[in-house]
Design a protein around this ligand. Structure first.
Ligand code: WTA
Length: 655
């Protein structure tokens, strides 16, 4: 089937018994309710989905737009909503988390135990002086403990900031410093694909760089037992800290706007930004979307394969499923260990019914299955599945079809969920019992989300014509500010020409017939590599910080079959342009340099050397030209202003 045929295929919505949103008329009714009274719609859901200590009297407060507030005079506790209320409702024995370690060992924890452990952890944090409003940085492996620490922070009103375990010491230090964290929680090592990887050692390096004087304590979860350095004045074993703590801890009742977490993500310019989320509005959308988008029911086994270091892990591991009292799988390892059948085996073993993963993982597992029959999904019993999800990047129709046929047995709907760190939860997505599906389209806005496509002045663009993706009305789980930088928040997301709409940073187009959305990719200098968000500027700064070698660098993305986009760096060295083996050697050195500066996920796939970079007369790097060169396209653009056209030939050669 060609891409075009696949795109035109409309697959009727699944016939799901007792679906939460059963059919398009139910969907349209919800959209109509939200249109009629946005505030009343969200307020009703906030009462239905959350347990409030003090009920709120007002939904949306726009008085300080774009610093919107929701349910501001209500108080609640996020961990109470995720744990205590289920135990109080008789669900204490229900399994909350099925944890599978890298080596296959399985640990189950029920809601009563998870609550007790969270309370002991919360008491341990308090015993070390952590209090409401303090920031706690996590640099943890995927583990029950990771979820427990996040929940414990929420319980005492501390604001957590999780840093993905693949980031370098430098990146970790920048985040600790920006957040002004009082504590770092880490593990001795993480184990992935059979190999131990350091975590505590990276924390040591980060703190040794200076600027982290706010950190009084480092808590260490013993995961591998590997050797680590110990700083007696600062380091504490997590299990020793928790050991004698009581199993109860009165929740700290916080206002709905209290910052639950700050999560750093890449923007088009400058350093990563700390996206600040609220407690009430965020948790509402986490719970609501987990229920409607995945049609989650009490007997489901939910598995989101994301890492808690990314927003997907926050919303669809730590908060959404637990707020609903669901059973979920948490996985420590990687999809290809011990072999590329790992995901399928885990679905079979744990009878997973809802499976949520990223297109990159699917594409790499397709390759593996096609070259090795023993890891083909048909070798596994996947009959427990009923809903599939995709997140983080566009899913190409061919991967969609394979996922649908080979994983979903042709019967499971795929929800292609478009959203962002800043949006807190799903924005545009099918609802499985309602929305007819089109491979490669995230279909329609979630009810209550005023997504639209506009031109550069905020004017509506007709269907069938591409434009800028915006959200016209505030929604409860939206970003509240950029930590410590309200001005950047305003200029990044609410540029004056867009009439107060939220600017997502993506381009999109709506289908002329169905009105369905397709995301066409970022319109700024943000790359999406394997679903990981990275700024081209960040990578450029990392390269030019190698002052011994690099004079100038420009980074662009180019399409990649497996990772969606790949990083391509154009570099001018201080010395002469290297060739042959010398070029390969320096390219490897620079890749390792970037891994050390940012993390291995930021390593350029391609590095190309030139005597200079193509620039306009005013000295601006011609990025569009570089993108074409990276793709290997013929140059059709006007290059008459180019000082040294021969440089294009140099830059076309990869190393
Ligand atoms: C992209 C991840 C197409 C998009 C939840 C967005 C997608 C960025 C999709 C946010 C999708 C996410 N289809 N593109 N279903 N989901 N994106 O902040 O470019 O890590 O702006 O959040 O990923 O990435 P982030």
């Amino acid at each position: 089937m060609s891409t075009n045929d696949a795109k035109n295929r409309l697959i009727p919505a699944a016939d799901i018994r007792d679906a939460h949103v059963p059919g398009m008329s139910a969907y349209n009714e919800l959209v109509a309710q939200a249109d009629a009274n946005h505030d009343a719609y969200w307020s009703r859901l906030a009462r239905e989905f959350l347990s409030w200590r003090t009920p709120f009297t007002k939904g949306l407060d726009e008085s300080q737009a774009p610093f919107f507030k929701w349910f501001e005079d209500g108080t609640l506790n996020v961990s109470y909503n995720c744990l205590d209320r289920h135990v109080e409702n008789g669900l204490g024995d229900k399994t909350a988390i099925i944890f599978e370690a890298d080596d296959g060992q399985v640990t189950r924890i029920n809601y009563r135990e998870l609550l007790a452990r969270t309370c002991r952890m919360a008491n341990a944090l308090k015993a070390r002086g952590v209090k409401k409003g303090d920031r706690v940085v996590l640099y943890m492996s995927m583990s029950i403990e990771g979820v427990v620490v996040m929940q414990a922070c929420a319980r005492i009103g501390a604001t957590h900031s999780v840093v993905f375990g693949g980031f370098s010491a430098q990146s970790l230090r920048d985040r600790i410093q920006d957040a002004g964290a009082v504590m770092v929680v880490t593990a001795d090592e993480q184990v992935r694909g059979g190999k131990p990887l350091p975590l505590k050692a990276v924390v040591d390096d980060a703190i040794a760089m200076g600027g982290c004087e706010s950190v009084a304590n480092v808590l260490v979860y013993r995961r591998s037992g590997g050797a680590i350095h110990w700083h007696a004045a600062r380091d504490r074993w997590l299990h020793e800290e928790m050991q004698d703590q009581p199993e109860t801890c009165e929740p700290e009742w916080v206002g709905a706007e209290h910052p639950l977490f700050v999560l750093y993500t890449s923007g088009s310019t400058g350093k990563p930004k700390g996206v600040q989320h609220s407690s009430g509005g965020y948790l509402l959308h986490a719970a609501l979307t987990t229920q409607w988008t995945f049609d989650l029911k009490p007997n489901d086994v939910f598995w989101c394969t994301a890492d808690i270091g990314w927003v997907t892990g926050h919303t669809y591991i730590t908060y959404g499923p637990l707020a609903l009292g669901a059973t979920e799988v948490v996985f420590e390892g990687v999809p290809t260990f011990p072999d590329a059948g790992r995901f399928w085996k885990m679905i079979q073993d744990h009878k997973v019914s809802i499976f949520y993963t990223a297109p990159t993982a699917i594409r790499s597992l397709i390759k593996a299955a096609e070259s090795n029959e023993s890891v083909h999904p048909r070798r596994y019993d996947l009959s427990s599945l009923r809903i599939l999800g995709s997140v983080g990047e566009p899913i190409n129709p061919a991967a969609w079809e394979w996922y649908h046929e080979h994983i979903g047995g042709g019967r499971c709907p795929i929800v292609d969920t478009f959203w962002q760190t800043e949006t807190g939860g799903h924005m545009i997505t099918p609802l499985p019992g309602a929305t007819p599906l089109v491979p490669g389209s995230c279909t329609l806005p979630f009810p209550g989300i005023a997504a639209a496509i506009v031109d550069e002045m905020g004017g509506d663009v007709p269907n069938g014509q591409g434009g800028i993706l915006v959200v016209k009305k505030p929604w409860p789980s939206m970003i509240r500010t950029i930590w410590g930088d309200p001005e950047r928040f305003k200029s990044s997301y609410f540029p004056p020409e867009l009439k107060g709409y939220y600017l997502a940073g993506d381009g999109a187009i709506r289908d002329a017939q169905t009105g369905y959305f397709t995301i066409t990719g970022r319109i700024d200098d943000v790359l999406n590599v394997s679903g990981h968000r990275m700024g081209t500027m960040e990578i450029e700064s990392a390269l030019v910080s190698c002052t011994a070698l690099v004079a100038e660098a420009a980074v662009v993305g180019r399409p990649d079959e497996t990772t969606g986009e790949a990083i391509c760096a154009f570099v001018v060295l201080k010395g002469p342009r290297p060739r042959g083996d010398e070029a390969k050697k320096i390219a490897t050195e620079l890749r390792n340099w970037v891994a050390k500066e940012i993390g291995p996920i930021a390593k350029p796939k391609d590095i190309r050397f030139g005597d200079n970079l193509p620039k306009t007369r005013s000295g601006k790097i011609m990025r569009r030209l570089l993108r074409a060169v990276a793709k290997g396209e013929a140059i059709t653009q006007d290059i008459s202003t180019l000082e040294n056209p021969a440089v294009l030939e140099q830059l076309a050669q990869s190393n």
